[in-house]
Design a protein around this ligand. Sequence first.
Ligand code: UDP
Length: 479
Amino acid sequence: MAAAAHVLVLPWPLQGHINCMLHFATGLAGAGVHVTFLHTEYNLRRLARRAPSSADASPRLRFLSIPDGLPDDHPRSVDGLLELAASMLATATGEYRSLLSSLSSASDAVVVGFPPVTCVVADGLMAWAIDIAEELGVPALAFRTASACSFLAYLSVPELLESGELPFPAGGGGGGLDEPVRGVPGMEGFLRRRDLPIQCRRRGDAMLRTLVDLTVHSRKARALILNTAASLEHAALAHIAARMRDVFAIGPLHAMHPTPSGSLWREDDGCMAWLDAQADRSVVYVSLGSLAVISHEQLAEFLSGLVAAGYPFLWVLRPDSMVAASQNQDNATPQEAIRAAAGNNKARIVAWAPQRDVLRHRAVGCFLTHAGWNSTLEGLVEGVPMVCWPFFADQQINSRFVGAVWRNGMDMKDVCERDVVERTVREAMESDEIRRSAEALAQQVKRDIAAGGSSATEFQRLVGFIRELSTSSATSGVN
Ligand code: UDP
């Protein structure tokens, strides 16, 4: 008889990573696998304050935590990420090692009713979690929460360096970014320099090296899990599969395994009543995710383009949305500036929205997004036309896929100019062609996640793989 499978799921402690790994964990628990979801103490406290009941999602899913080593007031948006990574390495690794060692031992008495941990699924950005698990004899799988196309782009960086595609020619102040890139398999013909990870624009960027190393490291894991669907990223997945031990494309997870919200911020539901009062497909929903920050200059430029486009809008402006060092000339808060420019009736501002409900609302006509992968998938599943204003990580390449491959929206590139904002928002709101593509894409992805579809089938294969691992670790006496 197969040993009971128990997976320790460890997300990188940021909203986008937590959300999709939580959907994954819920799906596993639903398939009869025990799951321990490991938050940082800081995030678990935030979640408990915001939604105390989220811990009761399933009797097979429990939440534990380890410290991230930082004080609560440390910024955890894009400004504090390097410190977070360093602190996790210094503090969390030791805690994780002893927790895993205890949870994977048969004599574990930490929580009654859960079998020993038989497998770890760690965010691929936490290579140490994969290494430590294997050292302890617990098989580890890597989960990358970004798109397959961006994973492949990172994977291709060493060859791009070798072939001379990278680094970009010096000088030019960003010139040449629209030049094509050769050497990312399957993307010849539409990939431009500007679509590669933004660190490629800086010669010898240490962060690029780190991200490439982490991507290559995923090859060491027993398998790679991606939150995507074969019909969306077929070519990229095939090229990745050729270089990995095994690959599972099991998304979009939020649509396959819906969970109660895992929001770290309190969701402002009041915006739903505001949407109820708006006409069908009349509203632009603006959200730049959980990390991106903008300067007051960008806010002014973007705002004037958005107002000129002439549609009512719902804008998510987190308390930490503004670049800390950027100065506002006339002392108005961003909220005051937005209300003054748009008028109270045309603009609704929230600090955090119930995004999936918003995107599903009949009043939303277009999603102005930073093209984070979760947001991209959420907009895509609802068939909402998108305008993409990418900032970093996989956002540039996701934007390119939206604009040039899937054609369910417009790629505004990472330059924010009022005329461009006005024009692209109008086009996304009015174009029948974009809407038709967006709706067709949504239908296609819904087929992937329905019973018998590629993602649903891959998810079942993954559950089988995980059960198989638990049997082999039991027979090899690891536990
Ligand atoms: N999100 C939300 N409410 C908001 C803004 C964002 O619930 O007001 C969620 C969104 O649904 C998505 C996640 O936050 O699941 C953001 O992840 P994404 O990968 O899009 O971007 P990141 O925050 O990692 O840049």
